[in-house]
Design a protein around this ligand. Structure first.
Ligand code: SAM
Length: 243
């Protein structure tokens, strides 16, 4: 199946998020490595290991951005499978698409501009849906989780990789200082844009904690909802299964 492009409607928050990612798109990969000191690669690798994705599967990588997860999924599903990289932002999609084409990825990947809240895919279509560092940018998270559940096959798995709440107070304080001082500073020095990285810190602070997000997965209709903390809870991987 091939999915076409569709016009995406926008709210105020979406407009702000759009500005942020139009602004950071070109330097996104470098800033990820710099700000996480490379650790985001380990978080993503763990998500892939937990995905249960196999050869021939169909996978949706929502908020796929520059395609780190998409690439790994494409390697696993092979030529009989399909991976859809969906993102609301055309600048991020373009950077992602160019990057993956440069690396020689091709026929088993599709690029679709889409809002996580209203996924333009059929019901019961995907074996796995992932959203990495994307859910916190979504305005109506419950709606988005419901939409993800709809497009999954029964028995299919959702993976949400996202910043979360550090489990230890000292780590939480250190992390707060890091995110509200070092991140905007790096943003200013390296990307010439501190505002976008202030938004990053703010959006991490506002995002629901581990237990709250687990409850949201259950409310959206997922069963066997659970999470694994990584790096002391700075990041958590949530998963749930469509019944
Ligand atoms: N998944 C990639 C990764 O882990 O490197 C990219 C993550 S990036 C921090 C967040 C992405 O979410 C951006 O590319 C942004 O355009 C996208 N995004 C924000 N709001 C969205 C929405 N409502 N629906 C789909 N994508 C969205």
């Amino acid at each position: 199946t091939h999915f076409g492009y569709k016009t995406v409607s926008t709210t105020e928050k979406e407009k702000h998020v759009a500005d942020v990612f139009h602004s950071v798109a070109a330097k996104y990969d470098m800033m990820n490595d710099l700000m996480s000191m490379g650790i985001h690669r380990l978080w993503k690798r763990f998500a892939i290991e937990m995905s249960g994705v196999r050869k021939g599967h169909t996978v949706l990588d929502i908020a796929g951005g520059t395609g780190d997860l998409t690439m790994k999924f494409a390697d696993i599903v092979g030529s009989d499978g399909q991976v859809v990289l969906a993102d609301i932002n055309d600048s991020m999609l373009k950077v992602g698409r160019d990057r993956l084409l440069d690396k020689g990825y091709g026929s088993n990947i599709e690029y679709v501009q889409a809002n996580a809240e209203e996924l333009p895919f059929p019901d019961n279509y995907f074996d796995c849906v992932s959203i990495a560092f994307g859910l916190r940018n979504v305005t109506d998270k419950d709606k988005a989780l419901g939409s993800m559940c709809r497009v999954l096959k029964p028995g299919g798995r959702l993976l949400v990789l996202e910043f979360s709440k550090p489990s230890n107070d000292l780590l939480a304080k250190a992390y707060d200082v890091y995110s509200f001082t070092a991140l905007p500073l790096m943003g200013r020095l390296v990307a010439g844009d501190s505002g976008s990285y202030e938004y990053l810190a703010e959006s991490i602070r506002m995002h629901p904690d581990q237990e709250t997000l687990k409850g949201m997965l259950e409310n959206a209709g997922f069963v066997r909802a659970k999470y694994h903390n990584m790096t002391g809870g700075i990041v958590a991987l949530h998963s749930g299964v469509k019944p």
